[in-house]
Design a protein around this ligand. Structure first.
Ligand code: TMP
Length: 309
């Protein structure tokens, strides 16, 4: 992709030295960077979407799978039923003609039916492990470096997804080969019985249009979730005191992930993976930085390095 790009001073802002970065308001971005640098890493938190933000959009020329999409229940009838729901509801999710109220109802319906099918179809934790092992899912280049850097700087990372927490955790376990004490996941969490069968979901359903509601209330430390991470991390009260946010998303709606926070400074990074010609204008106006074409996470790594060397 080329054209309609406004990349700011390379020498000052090395993380944009890739031709894949677009910034609409470079003065504003510089001000935000200065403010974040001044407040220090102890004021920063990262809030990231999972699917197609931390993970790649394309893998070997085909769409990478999402936390929902990769799941094989070990019960083909139920996989088919969930796929039928996807074919019906996914176009509605992106329809430009349905009102937000109507769409919210439809999304509640979709998530409700899909979660019920997972329970009815007898999903087991073993099926999750198997599904992840054979899934076409991969983190963007630079995600591990980003997590390591943020861990070194004691900056918490909140992964916020309308997908499935247990699957996201399994992807982290299998693909990163190590755990991070600074990562917590806010997503739909399953409850299994003693036989490892799914019996219910915890709390309020998070779907793609209510990600902003109750966001931070649901955060639980990762060591509670994985059980194998030592060392304490911030509880959600102290995360609220981190009033600078680096937000990573691939949809404009992801900007709502920080709505639960009364932030001072937010730098938003948008990954525009597809349909660039039609979406670039709205993305460059919504996000401080837009990375195009399923870009790597290395620009964000450099940004954090530059903020807190
Ligand atoms: P997210 O980007 O906020 O994590 O959104 C989750 C995506 O999951 C959303 O685009 C719709 C999709 N989805 C499925 O693929 N299958 C399902 O059964 C459900 C409920 C959602």
């Amino acid at each position: 992709f080329s054209g309609c790009r406004n990349v700011i001073g390379m020498e000052e802002i090395g993380f944009l030295e890739t031709s894949e970065a677009v910034v609409a308001d470079s003065d504003l971005l510089k001000k935000k960077l200065d403010a974040m640098r001044f407040s220090g890493p102890q004021k920063l938190q990262v809030i990231a979407d999972f699917d197609a933000t931390l993970t790649r959009y394309w893998i070997d020329g085909r769409r990478g799978q999402t936390s929902h999409g990769l799941l094989k229940q070990g019960n083909p009838d139920y996989d088919t039923k969930r796929d039928e729901l996807y074919k019906y509801y996914h176009p509605l999710e992106y329809s430009p003609t349905i009102s937000i109220e109507e769409k919210t109802k439809l999304m509640e319906e979709w998530w409700g039916k899909s979660h019920s099918l997972l329970i009815e179809g007898g999903l087991t934790f073993d099926a999750i492990k198997q599904s992840v092992a054979t899934a076409s899912i991969a983190f963007r280049q630079g995600v591990v470096e980003l997590f390591e850097l943020l861990e070194e700087r004691d900056v918490p990372v909140l992964i916020f997804s309308a997908g499935l927490a247990d699957i996201i955790e399994e992807v982290l376990r299998q693909k990163l080969h190590r755990s991070f004490k600074n990562i917590r996941i806010v997503s739909n969490r399953m409850v299994f019985d003693d036989n490892g069968c799914l019996v219910s979901f915890k709390g309020k359903t998070i779907h793609s249009l209510n990600k902003n509601e109750h966001a931070l209330d649901m955060a639980a430390p990762l060591h509670d979730q994985l059980g194998d991470v030592d060392g304490a991390i911030d509880d959600s009260a102290s995360v609220r005191k981190r009033t600078n946010v680096l937000l990573l998303g691939d949809h404009i709606g992801d900007l709502g992930m920080s709505d639960g926070l009364n932030y001072d400074t937010r730098i938003s990074v948008g990954f525009l993976n597809d349909n660039i010609e039609n979406s670039l204008d709205s993305y460059r106006n919504a996000f401080d930085i837009v990375y195009l074409n399923d870009a790597s996470m290395l620009g964000v790594v450099k940004l954090v390095h530059q903020l807190f060397p």
